[in-house]
Design a protein around this ligand. Structure first.
Ligand code: ADP
Length: 496
């Protein structure tokens, strides 16, 4: 429980941290932009605007309302403007508008004004100078050139003076000087900074909210699933893991539902298996125990007949345990395929001879029909085990004539063994179950007590392993024919 809670918190806070990191990086980028670049961009935009305005105003020198235009432009754009005419021997002012507090052009001497004028004249009629105003000493310092310069590293507002000179028809030079502060104004900077602080706050809050929403979408179903998985671990196989939510979570839900189904099936099979094995083990053990006690306690009962019962029952136990071991080894993959080249006709013949010798006292006959000896490249011990199981069943369920026929045939690289008996046969509807583990059609059959109910399931597993086929044809009252078919040469197919 505690672990689950820890996980939820961890996802939530981790997401929040990631969002916070994202926000921090974004804000840092904005702040860096604001601190290092915004100032330069502002200055360049402002300077361009001044150049454009000055050039436009220079076109209107002749207008009657020139002074008014200058005044309006100056107050509208927060500029200081001076316009004057310079002749060969005289100069006079045409218009002037003093809007800025620390205006340069209204404070510098005529000499300095002339310096700017000559500088513009030499430079194709245009000149741009930058200054800083030191409030303490009330002095302007040139930033870019020699003009008004004094060596200083003061950090006052930066302003520009743009000078335009146009020659007029009557031999005068029309001069227009515009002065403007190009450093961003303190209030603008403050407003932007305030905005940034607000945005930072909103982004941090947003990260928290988003982290909560996303984490509840991811962490909650995971925690629910984890709780349900614990129920599953406790053996409750009716838990629904749910298949809603994010794609990955719903896929996980589906997988867990599937796992649950498979676990339930395996568990049912395990219970079934234990029930079957314990039942099958208990019966012969009870018999052995019972007979042994009778022989010990009752004097006349210590005879060969009773000893035979004990022998039969221990044989049954051995068969059962061997079959269980075979099935287990086959199914858990411990039993590997061992291919060798051998004469299968000879091997089956020898096995049947040995079997015949064992049961001939009981009046059984096994007939082996084969046209020729066939050499195969196959797993000898597994195929003999399968054929033995089929023959053993045929003997067990043989009819009154007590005859079993084993027929070998071959066609198109495949070898087939069919085992015939003239017994009772199997009802059609039960045929599909006989290959299942522990399935017995008739538990009361006189010889059926010998079987483990595993013989045919071993046949099925082995034939699947060797990529062969198997089947049965059976008629109630007439007998059965169990057959297996496999390649003469076993070839391993490479699976993709
Ligand atoms: P068992 O050890 O009981 O023979 P098997 O798996 O070999 O187990 O067979 C499963 C069931 O199929 C048997 O219990 C029997 O009812 C039926 N069966 C198998 N072979 C034959 C046969 N030749 N004739 C009739 N019934 C058969």
């Amino acid at each position: 429980m505690r672990q689950g809670d820890k996980k939820q918190i961890s996802i939530k806070w981790k997401l929040f941290l990631y969002f916070l990191l994202f926000t921090a990086v974004t804000l840092a980028a904005i702040w860096i932009f604001q601190t290092f670049l915004a100032d330069r961009i502002y200055k360049s935009v402002k300077t361009k605007e001044i150049v454009v305005t000055a050039n436009k105003l220079a076109e209107s020198f002749d207008y009657e309302d020139f002074a008014e235009i200058i005044n309006n432009t100056a107050s509208e754009k927060q500029l200081c403007i001076v316009a004057f005419m310079v002749g060969k021997n005289d100069m006079y002012q045409v218009a002037s508008s003093d809007v800025l507090k620390n205006c340069v052009i209204h404070r510098i001497s005529l000499l300095n004004k002339m310096k700017l004028y000559y500088s513009a004249k030499e430079n194709d009629g245009e000149d741009l100078q930058r200054f800083r105003f030191d409030q303490r000493s009330n002095v302007f310092y040139s930033v870019s050139g020699e003009l008004f310069s004094k060596d200083s590293s003061i950090d006052g507002d930066e302003s520009v003076i743009y000078t335009v000179v146009r020659e007029t028809d009557d031999g005068y030079d029309a001069v227009l000087m515009i002065n403007s502060v190009i450093s961003p104004m303190g209030s603008t900077v403050k407003a932007v900074n305030m905005q940034l602080i607000c945005i930072s706050g909103i982004l941090v809050l947003l990260s928290l909210v988003l982290a909560l929403i996303i984490s509840s979408g991811i962490a909650k179903p995971i925690i629910t699933m984890s709780k349900k998985a614990k129920q599953l671990a406790d053996g409750k196989y009716n838990v629904d893991f749910g298949t809603k939510g994010y794609l990955e979570i719903s896929e996980l839900g589906e997988t867990l539902n599937q796992t649950e189904k498979e676990l339930a099936a395996t568990d049912a099979m395990r219970k079934d298996l234990i029930a079957n094995i314990s039942h099958d083990l208990r019966t012969p053990l009870t018999m052995i125990n019972g007979y042994a006690e009778i022989m010990r306690d009752i004097p006349g009962e210590n005879n060969a007949e009773n000893v035979q019962v004990i022998i039969d029952e221990s044989k049954r136990l051995t068969t059962l345990i061997n079959d269980v071991l075979d099935v287990t080894r086959l199914e858990n993959g411990a039993e590997k395929i061992k291919i060798s080249e051998f004469d299968i006709t000879e091997s089956v013949g020898e096995m049947l001879d040995r079997y015949n010798a064992l049961i001939k006292n009981e009046g059984f006959t096994i007939v082996f029909e084969h046209e020729k000896n066939i050499i195969v490249k196959q797993d000898e011990s597994k195929l003999l085990k399968v054929i033995y199981n089929l023959v053993n069943n045929a003997v067990t369920y043989a009819g009154e004539d007590k005859t079993v026929r084993v027929v070998q045939s071959e066609s198109l690289g495949k070898v087939k063994f069919s085992v015939y008996d003239n017994g009772d046969g199997i009802e059609a509807e039960k045929l599909r179950f006989i290959w299942d583990r522990y399935y017995k059609v008739d538990k009361e059959h006189k010889r059926a007590s010998v079987g483990s109910g595993l013989g045919l399931s071993i046949v099925r597993t082995v034939m699947d392993m060797l990529k062969g086929s198997y089947g049965v044809l059976s008629t109630v009252g007439a007998g059965s024919c169990f057959w297996i078919e496999f390649d003469r040469e076993y070839t391993e197919t490479v699976e993709n």
